[in-house]
Ligand binder design. Sequence first.
Ligand SMILES: [Fe+2]
Length: 245
Amino acid sequence: MSIATATRPATATHRSERVDLYVGIHKALRHFMTDTLHRVGRMDANNPDDLRRTLAQFEGLMELCLQHVHHENDFVHSAIEARQPRGAARTADDHVEHIAHIAALRDEARALAQAEASARPALALRLYRHLALFVADNFQHMNVEETQNNAALWANYGDDELMALHQRIVASLPPEENLLVMRWMIPASTPAERAQVLGGMRAGAPAEAFAAVLDAVRPHLDDHAWDQLARALGVPQQPGLAHFG
Ligand SMILES: [Fe+2]
């Protein structure tokens, strides 16, 4: 079983009790995008370690964003359009632009990595500004998905169908992609969402896979958040995660 096949998306909000396919993954992406933007903005482009680490995180973000577009096209947009023709047309058009934007940003990052030292600060600033515009576009886009696309999904599908769709999406993820999503999603989620997602994962995933996810998120939670989560999950609150099961 995939390590996250039993993961539920966060469901209830004060506005809706419906299953929400977008809220968790979009919190992860907003977190990953803003953190990466900050890192690019403060990077010392002539410090080789800083440059390498920052561009590695940047590349991880670009790849996750690209995969996310494909998952939404393959699973979510096709579900909307199966019952509401052209129901996902607006965000599908956005995705075409996002793919081109990602390619252009990757070109800029490559040019920065290969540049002479004297050219790097200006190229780093260019990448920072253009990444900021990409993030801005994505923030607008994700809000459309969370309102208009969710409205289409909720009008045309029951919650059982949406949970089944969510589980098909998660089951399709390679383990390393799932781990990366959890690393950004769990710290960006509310305590209730963290307990729901990880409680669901523990119920369906091998103990080692669950422990790996906890290991990945623990360094990014403060002590209070970790204690709260550990209590909710009924796991030891001390570091040393080898004993879960
Ligand atoms: Fe999207």
